[in-house]
Structures are given as structure tokens and as C-alpha cells.
Design a protein around this ligand. Structure first.
Ligand SMILES: O=P(O)(O)OC[C@H]1O[C@H](OP(=O)(O)OP(=O)(O)O)[C@H](O)[C@@H]1O
Ligand SMILES: Nc1ncnc2[nH]cnc12
Length: 177
């Protein structure tokens, strides 16, 4: 991606102080989503991160990860799997509890969503502490799938989440703060 495109994406991300709780500087992606050119640029860059690799499934994390994960899968010509917050998936699930920058939750995937021989990529909008993505990667590892790594639109590098994810595979982000 050209430096000017990257700058356009960076400039469009809105800072919202003290949301959803005091002390958190929330990175609001809705201005990027509202601009078709920027959304396209973001998805192009996420697809570039796995160029030349065979991807069988993109796993996206509830909820903002779906916004990037499903169109990314469509671009790559592969399937999409939702990793959802507890109680949302209708079939048999495996789950894991985790903590994130501003709370805790439980993430679940359908037991049959990913097969042991598949090449799987994790996608989410944002990497902060890495608690959420780490939980999703733990679930993926339990399936026996070949985990290709993870890709994010935004990385908050000052929260050092990357360190939790690198043991599972390469970590890539389009915009880093
Ligand atoms: O690296 P972490 O500290 O774990 O934080 C990152 C996660 O936090 C946000 O999700 P959130 O739980 O707010 O859910 P949402 O997508 O439904 O808004 C974001 O979409 C990531 O999934
Ligand atoms: N600072 C932040 N901004 C937006 N989403 C987040 N998820 C976790 N931390 C976040």
C-alpha cells in the first residue's frame, strides 16, 4: 500500500477518549467503513498480508471482526467462520474465556467449523492487549488446523498484544498506533 493511502486510512480513524470506560482511548473505525474507497483499501491491505498463501478459512471475531473477516474471505476465495461471544452459535461449540482491554468474555466456535487439514487465518478489526485474538487462536489450535497467523486492520502496539499472538504464527496489521 502506498504511504499516502496508509495516511488516509490512519487519518480516518477517530479517537474517542474514555469509551467505553475512563482511561480507554477508543479507535473508532466507522469513518473508514462509511467511505467505500477507504474500506476497499483496508481490505486490499489485509489480503496483501497473505498473498501467495493458500487460505481455506478466515475466522473473524464477533462483532467488528466480521466486518473485515467475511469480505476478506470473499476476496481470498475461501470460507468464513464466525468466532462468537458466548451463547450466539446454534450448534455444538467449543469455547474459551478471555480478558480484553476493557472487560472479559467467552468466545465460541462451532466444533465442526474448521477441519484439521485446513489452512486458517484469524482476522479482526483491532489488536489491543491480544486477549481476544489469543483466545481465538487457542480455539483454532485445538481444532488441529494449520494456523497461518493473524491479520488486523489496527494494532495498538503500546499494549503489546502481539507478543501473545506470535507463538501461534505471524501477526500483521495495516495501521499501527
Ligand atoms: O486485544 P484485546 O484487548 O482483546 O481487544 C481487542 C478486541 O476488542 C474489540 O472487541 P469487543 O470485545 O469490544 O467487541 P465488538 O467487536 O463486539 O465491539 C475488538 O474488536 C477486538 O476484538
Ligand atoms: N482502544 C480500543 N479501541 C477500539 N477497540 C478496542 N478494543 C480493545 N481496545 C480498543
Amino acid at each position: 500500500m502506498s504511504p499516502s493511502s496508509l495516511q488516509r486510512l490512519r487519518d480516518a480513524i477517530r479517537d474517542v477518549p474514555d469509551f467505553p470506560q475512563p482511561g480507554v482511548l477508543f479507535k473508532d473505525i466507522t469513518p473508514v467503513l462509511a467511505d467505500g474507497k477507504l474500506l476497499n483499501l483496508a481490505l486490499d491491505a489485509m489480503a496483501e498480508a497473505v498473498e501467495g498463501q493458500r487460505v481455506d478459512k478466515v475466522v473473524g471475531i464477533d462483532a467488528r471482526g466480521f466486518i473485515f473477516g467475511a469480505p476478506l474471505a470473499a476476496r481470498l476465495g475461501c470460507g468464513f467462520v464466525p468466532a462468537r461471544k458466548k451463547g450466539k452459535l446454534p450448534w455444538r461449540t467449543r469455547g474459551v474465556d478471555y480478558a480484553l482491554e476493557y472487560g472479559s468474555a467467552c468466545l465460541e466456535m462451532h466444533e465442526d467449523a474448521v477441519q484439521p487439514n485446513e489452512n486458517v487465518l484469524l482476522a479482526d478489526d483491532l489488536l489491543a492487549t491480544g486477549g481476544t485474538a489469543g483466545a481465538a487462536l487457542t480455539l483454532l489450535q485445538q481444532t488441529g488446523a494449520n494456523v497461518l497467523g493473524s491479520v488486523f486492520f489496527i494494532e495498538l502496539a503500546f499494549l503489546h498484544g502481539r507478543g501473545k499472538l506470535e507463538p501461534f504464527g505471524p501477526v500483521q496489521a495495516v495501521v499501527t498506533f
